[in-house]
Design a binder for this molecule. Structure first.
Ligand SMILES: Cc1ncc(COP(=O)(O)O)c(C=O)c1O
Length: 422
């Protein structure tokens, strides 16, 4: 069976991963979404509406940029960057938010709820709800609500209702619980818009299917007609030699890899976040001492302690700082179709600087992990080889984390600003 068909799979489980362990209360809700998905993916009107939003709302296609200066600086393989940060709302997250909001609309669900973790997902959810006239409710764990004030403003300006979750321990898990309580009580008119593939089917299959626009674009953009000035008479179909993406849960990596899963010559590299010493080694690399277990109703790799409990993780980039990963990525790693590696904080910050200085492109800290690996990889390859690296998002959201590391006057500037305007 082709890998592509395994990754988009109507079954509730396959092999070791991808099981569905949901409470009974959620079974009919998940079934309804699954049935809608398999019907809508063949519905001409739905596809037409989706294409329209891709073109005129997300502004697809996003460019595949030949990083000429970076290639020449490193001196070896050609580096191409799939630039998802030019999308509306500045990252790949808008892709799945748009189609899920459309699924909700087709199901006559006028109320969208989401819990928060991934910054660009909240923004994208609030944005598409404003565009389609859907009510938007965002559950935010208290710590994020306090530290992400600028993002709350963005969402509230787009009519979203942002609800801080004070219950229990005020963590992400509590925000998920609050959103689920809402879903179960209001399932008639409410759709839970999920930010990645961390849940069981149908979400993982749906997310991949509706992202096929990204891999279709990369295929086309890699063809001789598109790359003409680089190729000197080359006519055959070009395949990348390496594709590199960071992995938080999976979304940007898997959407990007998908069309190449069955092309054996294409090496797929998954870059995670590696380490810091805080009393013990902290990192967010799920493949180190990997253990398989169940969290959030599915089976995958998790970073665990010796007592099989979820362990804290660490990464300079907020959205790689996570202890579990999608069941699809776990499967692909298990059969060794993806190669996993990591980048440290220093390598990541250096990648931000290098890409700025060569191309004036500012990658999000997550995406900079993939750039860091690309910088390490390129000098080991031949000149005619091609690396395609995914730039999943833009850097602005990381300003307050990164600026003090690049500019020693930044904190003074903030203090002065507060004194002046307080
Ligand atoms: C720009 C960017 N890249 C990567 C990620 C990591 O998530 P995923 O692996 O699901 O794409 C996020 C998550 O919010 C993100 O905002």
């Amino acid at each position: 069976m082709k890998l592509k068909n395994i990754i988009i799979n109507p079954n509730w489980h396959f092999w070791e991963f991808w099981w569905r362990y949901v409470p009974e209360l959620l079974v009919p809700i998940m079934d309804e979404i699954k049935d809608a998905f398999f019907k809508l993916k063949k519905d001409k009107n739905f596809i037409k509406d989706l294409k329209e939003l891709h073109k005129n709302y997300i502004w697809r296609p996003s460019p595949l940029v030949y990083a000429k200066n970076l290639t020449e600086k490193l001196g070896w393989a050609q580096i191409h960057l799939k630039n998802e940060w030019v999308n509306h709302t500045w990252a790949h997250k808008i892709n799945h938010s748009v189609w899920q909001a459309l699924v909700a609309k087709y199901l006559w669900k006028k109320r969208i709820i989401a819990e928060t973790w991934a910054w660009q997902h909240w923004l994208a959810t609030a944005a598409i709800c404003a565009k389609l006239g859907l009510e938007c409710i965002i559950y935010m764990w208290k710590k994020d609500y306090d530290r992400q004030r600028p993002n709350v403003i963005y969402m509230e300006l787009a009519w979203a209702k942002v609800i801080p979750v004070y219950e229990w321990n005020q963590t992400l898990r509590d925000a998920v619980n609050a959103a689920l309580k809402d879903l179960v009580n209001n399932s008639e008119n409410t759709y839970y818009l999920l930010w990645t593939a961390c849940w069981p089917n149908p979400y993982p299959s749906m997310n991949v299917y509706f992202q096929k626009i990204i891999w279709e674009e990369v295929r086309k953009q890699l063809q001789p007609s598109h790359l003409a000035p680089l190729l000197q008479g080359e006519e055959k179909e070009l395949l990348p030699d390496y594709m590199v993406a960071c992995v938080g849960w999976w979304s940007n990596a898997l959407w990007f890899f998908y069309d190449f899963l069955d092309e054996e010559s294409v090496k797929l590299i998954w870059v995670e976040a590696w380490w810091k010493w805080i009393k013990s080694w902290l990192h967010a690399a799920r493949f180190v001492n990997k253990k398989i277990w169940f969290v959030e109703w599915y089976k995958s790799y998790f970073i665990q302690d010796n007592d099989w409990q979820i362990k804290d993780t660490y990464s300079i980039s907020a959205w790689l700082d996570y202890s579990w990963v999608s069941p699809q990525m776990a499967y692909l790693e298990n059969i060794k179709r993806v190669e996993m590696t990591f980048a440290t904080d220093d390598e990541t910050l250096n990648a931000v600087k290098t890409l700025m200085q060569t191309e004036w492109i500012l990658p999000a800290l997550e995406s900079a992990h993939a750039v860091a690996h690309t910088i390490k990889l390129a000098p080991k390859l031949k000149k005619e080889q091609i690396i395609v690296c995914n730039l999943s998002g833009r850097w602005d959201k990381d300003l307050f984390i990164t600026a003090p590391k690049f500019d020693e006057k930044f904190i003074d500037f903030l203090n002065e600003y507060i004194k002046k305007y307080n």
